[in-house]
Write a protein that binds this ligand. Structure first.
Ligand code: AMP
Ligand code: MG
Length: 419
């Protein structure tokens, strides 16, 4: 039996960062940028107005007062998207909208509120003149060309995870497509003579195959693309037959058939058609876990993670191992799930020195997180995963977690309730 860290290291040593693909920027969210992104343009491209107002020369406002405003001649108007062909001189102004390029000759913009425009409009006066209420310093309300990004700047470095703001940045540079590390395809296969697929009647003695769906959903959650292979019966031939359909994937995940029972044939398949790297990990739930590589026809060695069959064990094991493998293939840097510190509100016994994961609900009270067991912790009780938002850790060398103890919790998700 090896530790979770040893098992994770072993698994990670068999998977590598995948190759880049080019795709529309809208499809790249959550993926890792595979190219450095330089700008071919200045953003903004020209000096432009940050306000609706009047583009003028600062010198035109010297000595002006609200009680006795200097009057400037309005020689034109410019909106965002167009360029004025007029030149602003001492004593003249051009009416300007936010985002419009600053006309030649102007060195400042006075916003509408600091002019008599409103009075003029409401008293029916023409707007071919404008009174300025205050002296306007040079450079006011002007966004300079290249203020955000300069032509030639390195804007995004390969390796960053694309978020909505990166998509916006790419768009602001005019990129329609971008190179990102492709998503791993993860084949998912359930094994067991007792399994019936969803949507079919349930004969006596059988159970529905839930693992395929929880595992495939976890694949999606962590950024992979699931390839569902269905259900294999508990013989080496049946299992190998189904597995063959998944050997074009980047990784294969099976569930069940890895314990000590008579029909637990996953290890046998690994031994016959590949190599076992390890079997059993010091954790609870989830001790039986097989990992190795399978030989595909084209000579590839496909990583194969054999998760335990119990629905909770399989999900908790996925959180520890498969999530990190997917993150690594995606090119992410943070690949091990982090934990938060909390105070335990439950007692947990650790009978045989494994790392125990207790399904808990974490809530925040003031600055402190509290973790409370959500109830029965049997490895088949999937409803408890539904009620949990975290996995509370009792380390291998701690025989008892007591109420009030400081603990680490691996979060399954964050919802409004904790914030
Ligand atoms: P095994 O490792 O094959 O002995 O399975 C352990 C337990 O998990 C048994 O109670 C199985 O019935 C159950 N189990 C195995 N596969 C699935 C599955 N795909 N969906 C739900 N439960 C399963
Ligand atoms: Mg079985």
């Amino acid at each position: 039996m090896i530790s979770i860290e040893e098992a994770r290291q072993k698994i990670l040593s068999y998977v590598g960062v995948l190759e880049p693909e080019e795709k529309p920027i809208m499809d790249s969210i959550g993926q890792v940028l595979a190219q450095d992104v330089y700008s071919d343009i200045n953003v903004p491209p020209l000096d432009n107005s940050a306000m609706d107002g009047y583009a003028i020369q600062s010198a035109s406002t010297k000595g002006t007062l609200k009680s006795n405003p200097i009057i400037l001649k309005v020689i034109g108007e410019v909106a965002a998207g167009s360029i004025s062909d007029k030149v602003v001189r001492l004593g003249t102004a051009i009416r300007i909208m936010t985002g419009a390029p600053i006309p030649a000759g102007a060195d400042t913009v006075v916003q509408f509120e600091k002019t008599d425009e409103q009075e003029r409009s409401s008293s029916g006066k023409t707007l071919d003149e404008i009174g300025i209420f205050e002296e306007a310093p040079a450079d006011n309300n002007i966004r300079r060309a290249g203020e955000d990004i300069k032509k030639g700047d390195l804007v995004l470095k390969a390796g960053v995870v694309i978020r909505p703001q990166e998509v916006g940045l790419l768009a602001s540079l005019g990129y329609a497509r971008v190179a990102v590390i492709r998503r791993p395809v993860v084949a998912v296969l359930a094994t067991g003579d007792e399994l019936v697929n969803v949507g079919e009647p349930l004969p006596l003695g059988r159970i529905y195959n839930s693992n395929t769906y929880s595992i495939a959903s976890q694949v999606v959650k962590y950024g992979g693309v699931p390839k569902i292979l269905g259900i294999a019966r508990d013989t080496i031939d049946a299992l190998w037959g189904k597995i063959s359909d998944g050997l074009d994937a980047d990784m294969l995940i099976t569930s069940a058939g890895v314990s000590m029972g008579d029909y637990d044939v996953v290890k046998d398949v690994l031994a016959q058609h590949g190599q076992i790297a390890f079997w059993t990990v010091s954790m609870k739930p989830g001790k039986p876990l097989a990992f190795g590589t399978l030989n595909s026809e084209d000579g590839r060695k496909v990583p194969h993670l054999g998760l335990p069959g119990n629905p909770v064990s399989s999900m908790v094991s996925f959180e520890q191992f498969a999530s990190s493998a997917i993150f690594k293939m995606l090119g992410k840097k943070d690949i091990v799930k982090s934990t938060i510190s909390a105070i335990s509100e439950s007692n947990v016994k650790n009978k045989d020195g494994r790392r125990v994961f207790t399904r808990v609900f974490v809530r925040k009270d003031g600055d402190q997180y509290y973790a409370n067991s959500v109830g029965p912790q049997g490895s088949g009780i999937l409803t408890s995963m539904g009620q949990a938002n975290g996995l509370m850790i009792t380390p291998e060398d701690v025989a008892l977690t007591n109420i009030g103890d400081s603990v680490e919790v691996q979060m399954l998700d964050w919802t409004q309730e904790q914030s």
